[in-house]
Write a protein that binds this ligand. Sequence first.
Ligand SMILES: [Zn+2]
Length: 76
Amino acid sequence: MKRTKKCSECDGREIYRAEIGAGGGYAPDMLPGAHPWWRTGRLEVYVCGSCGHYQFFVPEEYLSKVKESKKFARYS
Ligand SMILES: [Zn+2]
């Protein structure tokens, strides 16, 4: 959705984007080990205006930190 600017579920092209906090503290941390303990990480969210499909992306600035984090293990 981010790169294609098209919904992977319905091929819709009405996409909305927002940047949100990735939690931590008293909320679940969606980017564990990829940000300092005093500051939350950030996530990009994309929503399809046609079917409501909702997708998360890790912003570029946090991607290298995810790779360095001991909480993330490489899967493939
Ligand atoms: Zn859609």
